[in-house]
Design a protein around this ligand. Structure first.
Ligand code: C2E
Ligand code: CA
Ligand code: CA
Length: 407
């Protein structure tokens, strides 16, 4: 209001701490609280009388800067804040290293109402996070366009769920030693207005909009029908289903999955559930309880994208995981990055020691396949062996034979 009446410009900074949660988790909430106070103090020391600092929520802060004179001076302030927050601090006896992602929106250029100004600063902050954290980003029209696109996609997605416009692809998981196809990973597909939308795009949206559970259940039901011949012919053949973190935390997930399988006359051991570490980071106790329940019901649990997460090792012993899937980024580096090759070997021997079963994904060529088999991981998934395909293609008589011939 002041800026409006005095015809001046003001800026809103949306500050989100990077990795604050792990600090709470590893050092305790008392340390987390002290860190927040410490950050407030340090921010207060940087800011002059033109700025006002407030805490938006948990680890989010807002800074309102009045009388912004130039983009350059504003940028200087933002950089100063960013640099200060990246400094190491001692809290009790712990040396803590965190940083912040900062989004900036300007009045009146980016928004003229408070709500939109905050929202746009938030959007810019998320952009800064995507750019690799510990940085800042100014709001732009492009971001606005992205939001519009996202809202449109959200609407299309809602309609598509109602009309059941999704279908499944399946990617074979191959045992190189036994020369068998052990199972398939179910990968969801959506064709929107004649264009394929990547699951990497629509899954996060369906999680945000709460549609993911319905989508997953429909996909599983579809898979049980489409793959009935394979599942019935071979009681060891399995479907590997990706479960989103939110979905796993749902109270009745075990019962619902049991019910869907029972309707199709399939046993739980023919379903593998792929989870990622994010679930384990969110609400540890609840996650552990849910996973125990799923395990007790006879489902096998697989930790997906292994090696990319935060502190995988502790989780492996704390949660009832049966299988780990080495992330494709490591497989990708075989022959190119000795460090990643060592990580792969370490993961495989770790799996052996913990009596876990190991799968590698993203195998795109023979060299990668041979490296993995020599290192002791012989259950593989990837374009080299087979791309994700329709049930029809998978059910063709020659499909498995062609894959085995590639080994
Ligand atoms: P993800 O679970 O890590 O799935 C593996 C992804 O790698 C799939 O991409 C697959 O097509 C791709 N891929 C397989 N082999 C190769 C290879 O040799 N090279 C390369 N470059 N890529 C390979 P897709 O199908 O696009 O799925 C992307 C992500 O979307 C999945 O990653 C998963 O996180 C999510 N997703 C897909 N379907 C579902 C689903 O039904 N439910 C949930 N919750 N998430 C899903
Ligand atoms: Ca997966
Ligand atoms: Ca994966």
């Amino acid at each position: 209001k002041q800026a409006e009446s005095s015809n001046t410009h003001c800026a809103l900074l949306f500050i989100d701490l990077d990795k604050f949660k792990p600090v709470n988790d590893s050092f305790g909430h008392a340390v987390g609280d002290k860190l927040l106070c410490n950050i407030t103090e340090r921010l207060g020391n940087i800011l002059n009388e033109n700025a006002q600092l407030g805490r938006q929520s948990g680890d989010e802060f807002l800074v309102l800067i009045k009388n912004v004179e130039s983009q350059d001076s504003l940028k200087e302030t933002v950089m100063l804040i960013s640099k200060e927050l990246a400094n190491k601090v001692m809290i009790e006896d712990f040396a803590i290293n965190i940083s912040a992602s900062i989004g900036v929106a300007l009045y009146p250029f980016d928004a003229i109402t408070t709500d939109i100004l905050i929202r746009n600063a938030d959007v810019a902050m998320m952009q800064a996070k995507q750019n690799g954290r510990n940085g800042f980003s100014f709001f732009s029209d492009e971001m606005n366009e992205q939001i519009k696109q996202k809202l449109m996609l959200e609407n299309d997605l809602k309609d598509a769920v109602k009309a059941d416009l999704f279908f499944n692809h399946y990617q074979p998981i191959v045992d190189i030693e036994a020369r068998t196809i052990n199972g398939v990973e179910l990968l969801m597909r959506w064709k929107n207005k004649e264009q394929f939308v990547s699951p990497a795009v629509f899954i996060p949206i369906s999680e945000e909009t709460g549609l993911i559970e319905r989508l997953t259940e429909l996909a599983l039901k579809r898979a049980l029908i489409e793959l009935a011949p394979l599942l019935n012919d071979n009681p060891l053949f399995y479907i590997s289903l990706n479960l989103s973190p939110k979905h796993i935390l749902k109270e009745n997930i075990t019962e619902r999955l049991q019910c869907i399988l029972a309707d199709a006359g399939i046993l739980p051991k023919q379903l593998r559930l792929e989870i990622t570490e994010t679930i384990l980071l969110e609400d540890k106790l609840k996650a552990a309880k849910q996973l125990q329940k799923l395990k007790a019901a006879g489902f096998k649990l697989l930790l997906d994208d292994f090696g990319t997460g935060y502190s995988s090792l502790t989780y492996l012993s704390q949660f009832p995981i049966n299988v780990i899937k080495i992330d494709q980024s490591f497989v990708n580096s075989i022959g190119e990055d000795k460090g990643d090759e060592s990580i792969i070997k370490t993961i495989i021997s770790l799996a052996e020691n913990l009596n876990l079963y190991c799968i590698a994904e993203g195998v795109e060529n023979r060299d990668q396949m041979e490296f993995l088999v020599n290192a002791g991981c012989h259950v593989l998934q990837g374009y080299y062996l087979a791309k994700p395909m329709s049930a029809e293609a998978l059910n063709e008589n020659s499909c498995f034979r062609k894959i085995i011939e590639l080994i």
